[in-house]
Design a binder for this molecule. Structure first.
Ligand code: SF4
Length: 346
């Protein structure tokens, strides 16, 4: 993988750029330096909110032959979605157990139910509404977040989801990974960037929050490719981002490629630099729902980093501090149009 050294020069002076970006600095710009989802939730709710990840028993059109077979080459859903392992419990039971655990561990008070495993809009409307409603019936559930593919949201599904918007804090999370169709083909996503763009536009037109999942370090992507993904998300006005590093999980097609030397993974230091570059190029309003990938169990082949997730978070904050930078630093307000931002490219 090729990485360009960071060469950040602007036609604007540092003081001028800071003033133009934010007349009043936001606390996170001087603290963690990115707009974390926990901060976003604290700003909105007077109680502690946590997400409960669910496996609702759906499958995926990229596995059952409708869109493709074999799935995305990196996908071992059970490695990143703990609830996808073993026998699927009832949704009611998963919510109950999730609540108990999160209350005990983090003092959580209210919950967003997160339909995480596989493609959670891939069923008929009646099945979807039955499963969503079962998760929402608990009085402590105040939000709904649906993870799915961008080519799996017909209008009737968006309308169903929109019907929850007035009573619940609502998100749709689309797996994108990269804006480059050649990369999407390489990892067998079986959808295009255009599919994603259209899904985002249709979803945002209804006023539903959209989160995009992105993988940094995908095969045959260089630094410029990754930054182009960040900039495209900013231009789409995406509301949330989940960043993952590329990792190789057992029993995946990518594990096979990795064993032949056709795919490489990053060192932690590389990821920290790349994630900081990415954060500078998305908008400051975009909340960061995940900053690094997470594997469960013994599925992980590579990379094996000698750091905890918390240490990676601290390193990304440290890197942004070192640059005197923060999320969205590359964007500034357009003086001529208060609704527009300009990307500082030089
Ligand atoms: S769309 Fe999601 S669940 Fe389906 S194969 Fe790809 S990563 Fe796995």
């Amino acid at each position: 993988m090729r990485y360009k050294p960071i060469a950040y020069q602007s036609a604007l002076g540092e003081d001028e750029r800071l003033q133009m970006d934010y007349p009043k600095p936001r606390p996170w710009q001087e603290e963690e330096r990115y707009y974390s989802f926990s901060r976003y939730l604290k700003e909105r709710f007077p109680f502690k909110v946590h997400k409960i990840a669910l496996h609702a028993g759906f499958t995926c059109p990229n596995r059952d032959g409708y869109k493709g077979t074999g799935g995305c080459t990196y996908c071992a859903n059970e490695s990143f979605s703990p609830n996808a392992r073993g026998e699927v419990q009832s949704i009611r039971e998963q919510v109950k157990r999730g609540k108990e655990y999160l209350k005990r561990r983090y003092g959580a008070e209210k919950f967003i139910v997160y339909f995480q495993a596989f493609s959670n809009t891939y069923a008929d409307i009646k099945t979807l509404s039955t499963r969503y409603n079962e998760a929402l019936e608990d009085e402590d559930v105040i939000g709904l977040s649906i993870g799915t593919r961008p080519d799996c949201v017909p209008d009737e599904v968006l309308e169903l989801l929109n019907s929850y918007k007035n009573n619940y804090h609502l998100w749709i999370e689309y797996g994108l990974q990269s804006i480059h169709d050649r990369t999407l083909r390489r990892i067998n996503r079986c959808h295009t960037y255009k599919d994603f763009e259209e899904a985002v536009q249709r979803t945002k037109a209804l006023g539903i929050n959209v989160c995009a999942h992105v993988i940094l370090g995908l095969p045959e992507e260089d630094w410029a490719d990754t930054m182009a993904t960040a900039e495209a998300l900013a231009k789409l006005g995406i509301d949330g981002v989940k960043l993952h590093h590329l990792y190789i999980a057992r029993s995946t097609p990518m594990a096979e490629e990795y064993s032949k030397g056709l795919v490489k993974t990053m060192e932690a230091e590389e990821y920290v630099t790349l994630a900081a570059d990415f954060l500078e190029r998305i908008l400051p309003e975009t909340t960061i729902q995940r900053l690094v990938g997470d594997t469960h169990g013994d599925a992980l082949i590579s990379p094996i980093w000698p750091f905890t997730k918390a240490q990676i978070f601290q390193s990304i904050t440290g890197e942004l501090c070192r640059r005197n930078s923060y999320q969205g630093k590359k964007w500034r307000q357009d003086r001529k149009n208060p609704n527009a931002k300009i990307l500082i490219t030089n």
